[in-house]
Ligand binder design. Sequence first.
Ligand code: BGC
Length: 501
Amino acid sequence: MAVGVGIDSGGGKQYEGRVTPFVIATCLVAATGGLIFGYDIGISGGVTSMDEFLMKFFPSVYAKEEFVHLFFSLILNLLSSLVASFFSAATTRKLGRKASMTVGGLVFLVGAILNGAAMNVWMLIIGRILLGVGIGYANQSVPVYLSEMAPAKIRGALNIGFQMAITIGIFAANLVNYGTAQMKENGWRVSLGLAAVPALIMTVGALFLPDTPNSLIERGMKEEAREMLQKIRGTTEVDAEYDDLVEASEVSKLVENPWKTIMEPRYRPQLVITALIPFFQQLTGINVIMFYAPVLFKTLGFGDDAALMSAVVSGLVNVFATVVSVFTVDKFGRRALFLEGGIQMFVCQIATGALIASVFGVSGDGAFSKEKGNLALALICIYVAAFAWSWGPLGWLVPSEIHPLETRSAGQSMNVSVNMFFTFVIGQLFLSMLCHLKFGLFFFFGGWVFVMTVFVYFFIPETKNVPIEEMNRVWKSHWFWGKYIPDDAPGLANAHHNNNA
Ligand code: BGC
């Protein structure tokens, strides 16, 4: 039995058209929206451990770095998720994807300027809030934009541009922090202020972007939508795709409240998968590495500079391994990457846990030999690579491509909120969990990776090459989700016709 495997390229319907330079350029520009998220992930840890920064803004908690970190991520995460849920979904739906991207970039830009110029703690806090809001808007709209623009057969590759930008942002921020940590004064200002650079790239880019045909139709601009579709597909024969988009928008118009609609049984597969994917993505434990890499490597016996260099190595692995998914996601599919990545991460986590247990035992006393330190570094890099071509990009791709138009914006907000919330929870709990669980922490995350891999196997059907407005066929033919999809669901009626064509 082909458990969980839906219709893929074999039975999928392909519309007319080719991959135009225009659609590629458009998606590359839009993908830069991931830079601000990446820069933010990469910069915070470093800045909040800079002495000068702590003394200026938090004299009473100076040296209690953990508090500052908590304070920072709390505001970032809570706000971005809340704002993303309630405002960005509405903006993206009513005013278009481009509007949300522009708002996201601009708000983040103002946040970066306030932070870089901060004279008091309030400038810092307000700046920080704005960064969170900007990220909420960007992460909600960019993946949807990419999935709608892209032709189905390379949707995965174009969408993963977003994750590429995230990893480049993280890497750039780590390098910046390294440089500014050497500065005698104002290093933190430069680190925080330079966030304006990715914000500018994204905002200026967004100003030049066209909106997606789906969004144009959704907002009643049918003629513009047809022209845009012809332009991005490089052909005038766009009727089949255009008709599907119009049909989708008709269904979508009947929906007044997407949040209520998404709770209906016929949206159960999308709801469950969209809530679980970001939760699982964070339960891989990836951000333990992203936030604490230099500290982690220092603990593993690398000196100060060596610790940073090792963090740079894992940062580079993160960027380059993402490229692997760009070239394989539409060929081998999402499931293959999820399953392979899951197994690879699981093996690394168990091996790392065992290695640490063999050196430190339960008492926590011991020290890494050079060989064992290098082995640990290698295991961490292999783990990061696995994440970078599986749960990293797929955590943004899959939720953006499985929703019908009427719940797409709300669904993506849910993805962002759950993701931010668990990023925050793990960021905060990590240190105390490490104290209690010690090497067991790696088994803890390994256990979750096992669970999510089993979940993927049974419950996430293959979506490669399936046009985004035709996803119902994938659910309908799934062994478990099939029963939730009514026979007259959009996209099903003409599937038969097209499969025979
Ligand atoms: C995740 C982030 C993570 C990053 C690492 C993203 O997909 O959402 O939490 O830090 O990947 O590259």
